[in-house]
Design a protein around this ligand. Structure first.
Ligand code: NAD
Length: 736
């Protein structure tokens, strides 16, 4: 039999080499055809007396990225259709059988009585690493780029092809649960430390060494399939188990606030599985997996955090007819907080960087930031001194604008001041070639107005980074009225080089990301003035799924900046645009109390080193104080999430956002909007438009017009539509 995705070579010693190499794909993924062929190969190896053992490896750079999540989406589509045709029970049975197929193939391999060695020639993630775990030994090529891991939890799933069950039989429960719940990827050193990889060998010898291992003898029976097997952490019902499991439940609550069905299912599958024999444990794992697959959270997270994010990373919004830009040299103007970060990520990605500031000392300080970040990595065992020197060698810190000659792209990150920005634009453009693109990192000034300082407004664009630049994965690319396709293509090509996820938004006050964030913080300020106890505000926001409470977030950004933005809003849009209660609070905090936030160690919190606690004086600022017991927790949580979702919907209605994928992905990567929801617009869809409108109107009646839903959302509710039903990405791309 010949295979499409694999080759099978049997050598004279009777050792089979199974090479996974899918045609027309740069990365191997597990899809239906891979499952069919793998099953046939497992059966052949098991049934053919001449075959003594097998090595499974890949013909690509990496071993495999894991299961094709689009296949899971397909399974769910079939489930929905069958539910209508055959009823829920029958449809659920098919879904269970379909989603556990990989589990059964891997178990067949594991119990085939022939030894299998996984030869990991590169990264193995998710379902592919579960395949490796099912093998009887794992050998890996010594490449620093090789990672292994089970990241399913990050897209609302958990390892459901035996990974959960096997990890907890191979590792101690505490480390195993941590690995599974965090979905962390491990480098080879860590993987070997946990005994998830047995041997690391030079890449050239991988297959030879894998076969040598087989010849030396690999036990084809796993420890858990033998009598007398003992779990790494002992039995669940034991003194050690009694210490561990109650704490695991508490940690789960603290970390997830019970918002993630996959994490809950993982914990249950782990606990129950450890009480059972292998085959029953696998069945329990499969049942929970099929259950999780049906949740809105899994569907939304797969869609936003995998499918849409991948689309955006592949530059779905890039104008198709502009040739790829050959970016090699970029300029960064302003070596302050942001400029230093931009210079570092650019140099790290291999670009030559000219970093300019007014004084040489300031430029050098900006470059020193790259040194600092990389030194920290090296201290943690990641990267080397030589790599650092190469990166630093790419950054020229100077005051001389002539050095910008030959730059394909210049990013300006000088003070947030129109005149200063106008000055640097002129100075840079005097040196730049005709095709160079000029980008501003402004957070508040409209790109269209800044483009007036440029002699080539069609090559002027916004590239809005978030801080800290090296950690935040999102970049907002902002189109001014005159920005042309070539500038957009260059900005997106640059994002791809520095491995950030770009969203393309049209010019508006605050662009996209900062609008819901500002509304989130405003809601907290208003709650405080209404008399809601401060600890409830941040705690309930986190329970709603936000990574940082709004008061803590405001402290990080700085209270004086919040006040400055409020004043600017009032100046530009009039008195009615700001709430006097919010103004009063910020006035009191900033002017009278001189509490500016983290930067002067006092804001809504008092800071002492790494510790912080809410400032007790906050209670004195509240004219009324509500009794904590009288407060409806769900209403507080809804006020945060509904408010942010409304602001995203307004951005979409106004045409600031033109692609629903960008609204969702941008909200999770940009401000951590409750990831389990799939993002701001998915949150509305999942609640149902009619219910969302009813909830928003209820809140508007109680708390004010800021909750009034936009006309588009009302219209969609009336028509029974959803964002994903009406604005499917293809249509919205066309609209853009
Ligand atoms: P910063 O004050 O830390 O840095 C500004 C730098 O620009 C300083 O080093 C200053 O010396 C330099 N500079 C001023 N005039 C100059 C000139 N004529 N030529 C060369 N250099 C000059 O400010 P920042 O926080 O890095 O912000 C920079 C820009 O990025 C602003 O437009 C800001 O709105 C935007 N931004 C900031 C953040 C943030 O979180 N701080 C986030 C996104 C965007």
């Amino acid at each position: 039999m010949s295979y499409k995705n694999f080759t099978l070579d049997i050598d004279t010693d009777g050792l089979a080499l199974v090479t996974w190499d899918m045609p027309d794909k740069s990365m191997n993924v597990i899809d239906l055809s891979v499952m069919d062929e793998l099953e046939a190969i497992v059966e052949k190896v098991a049934g053919d007396e001449a075959i003594k053992g097998a090595v499974v490896t890949s013909g690509k750079d990496a071993f495999s990225g894991g299961a094709d999540l689009k296949m899971l989406e397909g399974l769910l589509g079939q489930f929905e259709a069958e539910k209508r045709e055959l009823g829920h029970e029958e449809a659920a049975r098919h879904l269970f059988e379909g989603s556990r197929r990989l589990t059964l193939i891997f178990r067949k391999l594991e119990t085939s009585k022939k030894p299998w060695v996984a030869a990991l020639n590169g990264t193995a993630m998710g379902g592919a690493f579960e395949l490796a775990l099912a093998c009887h030994a794992r050998i890996a090529a010594d490449k620093s780029s090789t990672k292994v891991g089970l990241p399913e939890i990050k897209v609302g799933l958990f390892p459901g092809a035996g990974g959960t069950t096997r990890i907890l039989r191979m590792m101690d429960t505490q480390n195993g649960m941590q690995m599974l719940l965090q979905g962390k990827t491990l480098d080879l050193k860590k993987a070997k430390g946990f005994k998830l990889v047995d041997v690391v060998v030079p890449a050239d010898d991988l297959i030879g060494e894998a076969k040598a291992l087989l010849k030396a003898g690999v036990d084809p029976v796993k420890p858990w399939d033998k009598k007398g097997y003992r779990l790494p952490s002992g039995r669940v019902y034991s003194p050690a188990g009694f210490q561990l499991w109650p704490a695991a439940g508490a940690i789960y609550r603290r970390e997830t606030h019970d918002n993630y069905p996959a994490a809950r299912a993982l914990l249950r599958a782990a606990y129950e599985g450890l009480l059972l024999e292998m085959d029953d444990a696998l069945k329990v794992e499969s049942r929970y997996f099929a259950h999780v697959l049906q949740t809105k959270e899994a569907a939304s997270m797969i869609r936003s955090l995998f499918v849409s994010m991948q689309d955006l990373n592949k530059l779905a919004r890039r104008p198709k007819d502009v040739a790829k830009t050959a970016l090699t040299k970029v300029g960064v103007l302003g070596a302050g907080f942001m400029g230093a970060g931009v210079a570092y990520v650019s140099a790290r990605a291999g670009l030559e960087v000219v970093l300019i500031d007014r004084e040489q000392e300031a430029a050098d300080k900006g470059k020193a930031y790259a040194d600092e970040v990389m030194s920290k990595y090296i201290a943690r065992g990641r990267g080397s001194e030589e790599e650092k020197q190469v990166v630093l060698g790419r950054i020229t810190a100077t005051t001389d604008y002539q050095a910008l000659e030959g730059c394909d792209l210049v990013i300006e990150a000088v003070f947030e001041d129109r005149d200063v920005k106008a000055g640097v634009t002129k100075e840079a453009e005097a040196v730049l070639g005709e095709n160079a693109v000029f980008a501003s990192n402004t957070s508040t000034l409209p790109i269209t107005s800044l483009a007036q300082n440029s002699v080539r407004p069609e090559r002027f664009i916004g590239i809005h980074f978030f801080s800290p630049v090296d950690k935040m994965m999102l970049v907002e690319v902002i189109m001014g009225k005159e920005t042309g396709d070539e500038a957009l293509a260059t900005a997106l090509d640059y994002c791809r080089i520095i491995k950030k996820t770009p969203i393309v938004v049209n010019d508006s006050r605050g662009f996209y990301v900062n609008r819901p964030v500002t509304a989130y913080v405003r809601e907290a300020h208003l709650m405080l003035m209404e008399g809601v106890p401060a600890p409830m505000i941040d705690n309930l926001a986190r329970q709603a799924g936000m990574p940082v409470g709004p008061l803590a977030l405001n402290d990080e950004v700085a209270l004086d900046l919040a006040r400055k933005i409020l004043q600017a809003t009032k100046k530009d849009l009039g008195e009615a645009a700001v709430d006097p209660r919010q103004e009063k609070l910020l006035e009191e905090m900033v002017v009278r109390q001189e509490r500016l936030g983290r930067k002067n160690s006092k804001g809504f919190y008092d800071y002492q080193g790494k510790n912080k606690r809410l400032w007790p004086g906050l209670a004195d600022l509240q004219e009324t104080r509500l009794d904590a017991d009288s407060i409806d927790h769900d209403e507080i949580k809804d006020r945060f999430l509904v408010m942010m979702a409304l602001e995203a919907a307004r951005c979409f209605e106004e045409g600031v956002l033109t692609d629903i994928r960008e609204a969702d992905v941008g909200s999770i990567l940009g401000f951590g909007f409750a990831p389990y929801s799939g993002g701001t617009l998915s949150y509305i869809d999942n609640m149902g438009l009619a219910e969302f409108v009813a909830r928003a109107e209820e809140l508007a009646e109680r708390y004010g017009d800021r909750f009034t839903p936009p006309a588009l959302v009302k219209e969609m509710a009336a028509n029974g539509e959803t964002f994903y039903g009406r604005f499917s990405p293809d249509e919205s791309a066309e609209a853009a």
